[in-house]
Design a protein around this ligand. Structure first.
Ligand code: NAP
Length: 243
């Protein structure tokens, strides 16, 4: 018996890298995709996985990536993130385009390409990393919340379209997780990014990876549809207790 294969996008950092480590420890062979091949190689070396360059915003890159994956049991649509925190009246169209291309169309491209292999595995599972931003809105967040709402709608639609087929669909909706997310959002401004987590104990990437691993290791007839997880001190996108 060969190990089941889990494909993780955005596995060079944060939640994706932690998920690759957890899934490998749970017995999956992991295939890792992201743009930074050097960082991806480090995670592959740790996990015994395979690193393949992937830019989810580029259809050709997605096609080349998926062509190298003969079998797939689990797909973790994790690549994504936020850019900027501008109000709608000063919105930066380039930021919006980045967020929609990465979170929404990236998820569409990869899922579309791998679904036949997931179904053919006889026990497929698509895990999509949205966010509490997939059901909340907040000032300055419209580019990100609209993209996460759309990504969630895409993912939940698949649940109905593939009813009766051997494939499960789980949406993960985290609150605050300390990763490179805020550094990317604020264009490399590490001080501003650190302020997001000031006075609060955020989730770690490993906390989220643990939950993903739980979901994919349930028996095949059990579908965890949506999992919302937040730090204890966070009630919503706009309300948290800070010491
Ligand atoms: P992160 O540390 O910034 O990691 C983002 C990952 O996405 C990196 O591995 C990055 O790799 C990859 N990525 C970005 N653009 C890509 C592209 N075009 N093609 C392929 N890979 C790409 O952030 P994170 O917090 O782990 O984020 C992972 C997911 O969780 C995202 O979807 C994010 O929206 C979601 N999320 C995060 C939080 C949070 O508070 N951190 C909360 C809720 C949801 P490369 O740069 O090497 O390509």
């Amino acid at each position: 018996m060969t190990n089941p294969i889990a494909v993780v996008t955005g596995a060079s950092a944060g939640i994706g890298a932690a998920t690759a480590r957890r899934l490998a420890a749970a017995g999956f062979g992991v295939v890792l995709g992201a743009r930074r091949l050097d960082r991806l190689g480090e995670v592959a070396a740790e996990t015994g996985g395979r690193a393949i360059e992937l830019d989810v915003t580029d259809a050709g890159s997605v096609e080349a990536f998926c062509a190298q994956i003969p079998a797939c049991h689990v797909l973790v649509n994790n690549a994504g993130g936020a850019r900027g925190l501008d109000r709608v009246d000063t919105a930066d169209e380039a930021h919006w385009r980045w967020m929609w291309e990465t979170n929404v169309l990236g998820t569409l491209r990869i899922t579309k390409a791998l679904l036949p292999k997931l179904v053919a595995s006889g026990n497929g599972h698509v895990v999509t990393m949205t966010s509490i931003a997939a059901y909340e809105v907040y000032d300055g967040g419209a580019g990100y919340t609209s993209a996460k709402h759309a990504q969630s709608a895409l993912h939940r639609t698949l649940r109905g379209e593939h009813l009766g087929e051997p494939v499960r669909f789980t949406e993960i909706l985290p609150g605050m997780v300390e990763t490179e997310f805020s550094v990317t959002r604020f264009d490399g401004d590490a001080e501003r990014a650190a302020g997001v987590y000031a006075g609060i104990e955020p989730l770690t990437a490993d906390d989220v990876a643990d939950v993903i691993t739980f979901a994919v290791t349930r028996p095949p007839h059990v579908n965890l549809d949506q999992i919302v997880l937040k730090p204890r001190a966070q009630a919503s996108a706009t309300r948290a207790h800070r010491d």
